[in-house]
Design a protein around this ligand. Structure first.
Ligand code: G3P
Ligand code: CA
Length: 332
């Protein structure tokens, strides 16, 4: 199945559009995904959360205060809640308190400054998309372009959603099945920070799974291995029993001082792919035309850094600027 998948997608490193082309369009909108497709991205990344009526929709977090206009909507003023989720306190509006129909009345918005480049006239749809709509977009774009455009969904807070009666795993697999994509060779990867979520998915689907890990902090579930432990050769062998790859925070692959760590070699030795995240504006001096100076102590030019990661042997990467990733990959 792994060989079949390579044949379907690409033998080159894959470029994953992080929340769509989210450096240029509001994240997790069909417009952001379409922009990414137009730029040659291989995969579009929806982060997934649940609605009150059990639908999977794309938002980076279930608190939609910062990524929609919900705070301005008088009819939803009384839906504001305080919640503790995975050990963090939130105050805002949450997807699980809205039906899909209600969510669809909101306008999505971007929380970061957006790059105005080329066709800077914002276009397309700015509502909260469902997973089903995203799959349809990817399939239609694949048919139209002759390229294979896949999806790379991340389950956000799956244990929390299960705890409030909205489990994600079976629903996600059912959506993939309905699309004919519940297969090892479909252009799909499923990613999660939660080990138990991935292990549950492993029982339900042959779609390759990706274990996410962060450079700092630890998993919300203290029973699962620390990310540091996951990144050791032994930890990687354990991950290989249920996942096809890892999604490390990029500093775990190439450190800030430019040192290439052992992670790619160790992961490859365990049979795992490596897809680091995220090449996005906050961390960089940016190429001409991008917003500069957000973090002057950052890594320097983003395209050059992407090239360093390709040199380090990564199998793909997440970026808010898929055009930069595609250009770097094609030059590599
Ligand atoms: O999924 C890889 C990367 O997207 C994880 O970070 O917070 O952007 O979902 P986040
Ligand atoms: Ca993500």
């Amino acid at each position: 199945p792994a060989i079949a998948k390579e044949a379907v997608i690409s033998s080159k490193p894959i470029i994953i559009a992080h929340r769509g082309a989210s450096g240029e369009r509001p994240e997790h909108t069909l417009a952001a995904y379409q922009r990414a497709i137009d730029q040659g991205a291989d995969f579009i990344e929806p982060d997934l959360v649940m609605t009150k009526d059990g639908q999977l929709v794309a938002r980076h977090e279930n608190d939609i205060s910062g990524t929609t206009d919900v705070a301005t909507r008088k009819e939803f003023a009384d839906r504001k809640r305080k919640k503790r989720i995975d050990g963090v306190d939130y105050k805002g509006w949450f997807t699980e308190d809205f039906t899909l129909a209600e969510l669809k009345t909101l306008r999505a918005k971007e929380r970061l400054p957006l790059l105005r480049r080329g066709n800077s006239k914002f276009d397309g749809q700015y509502d909260v998309p469902t997973l089903r709509e995203i799959i349809t977009l990817a399939k239609e774009a694949s048919a139209k372009t002759g390229r294979t455009i896949g999806i790379y969904p991340e389950t956000k807070h799956p244990s929390y959603f299960a705890s409030i009666g909205l489990p994600m795993e079976a629903l996600l697999v059912a959506e993939l099945k309905a699309a004919g994509w519940d297969r090892a060779d479909a252009p799909v990867f499923i990613q999660s920070f939660e080990v138990n979520n991935l292990k549950a998915l492993k029982q339900l689907t042959q779609v390759p799974l990706i274990q996410l890990m962060a450079a700092e902090g630890g998993p919300a579930d203290k029973a699962q291995p620390s990310y540091e432990a996951m990144a050791t050769p032994e930890g990687l062998k354990a991950i290989a029993t249920y996942a096809a790859g890892i999604g490390p925070q990029k500093d775990m692959v190439v450190a800030n001082d430019g040192t290439v760590t052992a992670l790619v070699a160790d992961a490859h030795a365990a049979g795992l792919k490596v897809h680091p995240w995220t090449f996005r504006a906050e961390n960089y001096f940016l190429p001409s035309g991008l917003r500069r100076g957000i973090n002057p102590a950052g890594h320097g030019d983003m395209a050059a850094e992407i090239a360093r990661f390709l040199d380090a042997g990564v199998d793909g990467l997440f970026t808010d600027y898929p055009y930069l990733g595609v250009e770097a990959r094609n030059r590599h």
